[in-house]
Write a protein that binds this ligand. Sequence first.
Ligand SMILES: [Zn+2]
Length: 127
Amino acid sequence: MAADLPARRFDGVTCPDCSGPIYDEQDGRILRFRCVAGHSYSPETMRIAHSKKLENALWSAIANFEEHAALLRRLAEATSGDVSDLEAGARERQEYAAELRALIEKVNGEQTLISTSMPSSKYFNGT
Ligand SMILES: [Zn+2]
């Protein structure tokens, strides 16, 4: 019966494993996250997996900036005449990649703080 099913809510969060919509289910004091494909997470495993998904997206962006910098350097090598815009573009892309690396370090530092200071009772109703 529907009354026996836990309350489900979708907040626009997607599954870290398959990127499908993920629902949180509150069953009394227990909170779980389940996606439409069947992946299931506790609050802590969801936090860790979703953080890893975010970090992977940043690493992908870094790789793309590095790749674009390499492309611009290659174009500069192959171009006769003024290549200052290409070289400046390559340097800029490498600076963006470095900024993203610093952002990852900052986020990972904050994650360490979150995991050591977050009370597990935050995920439960009541006391
Ligand atoms: Zn999934």
